[in-house]
Design a protein around this ligand. Sequence first.
Ligand code: PNW
Length: 474
Amino acid sequence: MTDAKVTPPSFPAGFLWGSATAAYQIEGAAALDGRTPSIWDTFSHTPGKTLGGDTGDVAVDHYHRFRDDVQMMADLGLGAYRFSVSWSRVQPTGRGPAVQRGIDFYRKLVDELLEHNITPALTLYHWDLPQELEDAGGWPHRDTAARFAEYAALVGQALGDRVELWSTLNEPWCSAFLGYAAGVHAPGRTVPVAALRAAHHLNLGHGLAVQALRQVLPARAQIGVCHNPSLVRARTDSPEDIDAARRIDALSTRIWTGPQLKGRYDEDLLADTARITDWSFVQEGDLATINQPLDFMGINYYNPTLVSALSDGESGPRDDGHGGGASPWPGADKVAFHQSPGERTAMGWTVDPTGLYDLLMRFHRDAPDLPLLITENGAAYDDKPDADGQVNDPERIAYIHGHLAALHRAMADGADVRGYFLWSLMDNFEWAYGYSKRFGAVYVDYPSQTRTPKASARYYAEVARSGVLQEPPR
Ligand code: PNW
């Protein structure tokens, strides 16, 4: 077929086109207006924890430049913006009343967005627990869940009149397992049982926060949660490899969706982790609290996960893309991680849009009535401005195009996806990798804080403006 006229895929009117960021990655102003350290301030200031000792002290100075940053989104024609609130900016000790100056910053940001017709999508927790709460035990400690619900109510009261899209947690898998088991994220602990306790208390905090938000938000508010479910594939169809994939699926995805969507922890997950814990920290009534009706599920997708089984005494590749450290998979130690075939980004993550399609179809099958949002998708490349100061990033354009095509195909096959948020609006503090990895559609020259939209920003803006997925320029 050579001359078939192919209509480019188009997205429905009202589809949200946005970009995403997180507070600690962009704001800076770490000690301003009453903000106190979060676990990420402590972690990044601990020698050896982040590449080059980079911290979010200044980041991309969004705290002072938010008006220009919103203008930049408007110039790009983006209709939505996903950001997170820094808990310790609003509630420095993790308890008690809100600090007005902290609230004011987010109120001004949201007003600026609304004035430019950009829909704000607010995430309450993108990994920055107030250090005081970590000192009191952190997420492995049950009380943190109650503290989170109180904080959610404060932010809900302050911004509920102007924000309609609310997420409780971003990627609790990273908080629990990279933070408390692998130790490559804050608070940098490597205690498997602590990670499983953290997972349960993140679930509980989510449920309590949804209840609290429903009390204070107007009925039109949409409340959800953002996950990074691994799209797990077995390397062969041997029963052993298929079982390895099952174990990783349980620990990456069903540990959240089980209680949140079905009110239970699956038996296989409990059995796999039985040598670590008897789960006696799950109290009467918790599962019902966690199982709150949701208005959407946010899915963050970057790359697929390829696994095989290890037999006793055998050790295998640990190339699971999490940056080393101890295992983030307590209860699944006999699993080897392999690089999926295909091109890789600067993170070493394989580019594979079929993973996004498969993931969306899996959620469509498992929870057909739950609307989905792609709350993150994107790629890091080694971007550099050319002699004219332009940043040409054809790989990122191809990444975006490929994933939007997969998303469109999933929607054509029934997945109810309401929007897409590119990670990220601009280059920023990439956690343990510091400023070495650039995920932005907009290039940031860190010394001068100059922002320059990359070619991918213009490509994405055109898709967002037209709702039509153009072929990338050649
Ligand atoms: C997500 N992993 O992080 C976060 O939500 C963002 O803040 C981050 O900048 C972005 O993806 C890019 O990394 C992840 O190891 C970090 O599987 C690590 C993993 C997944 C997501």
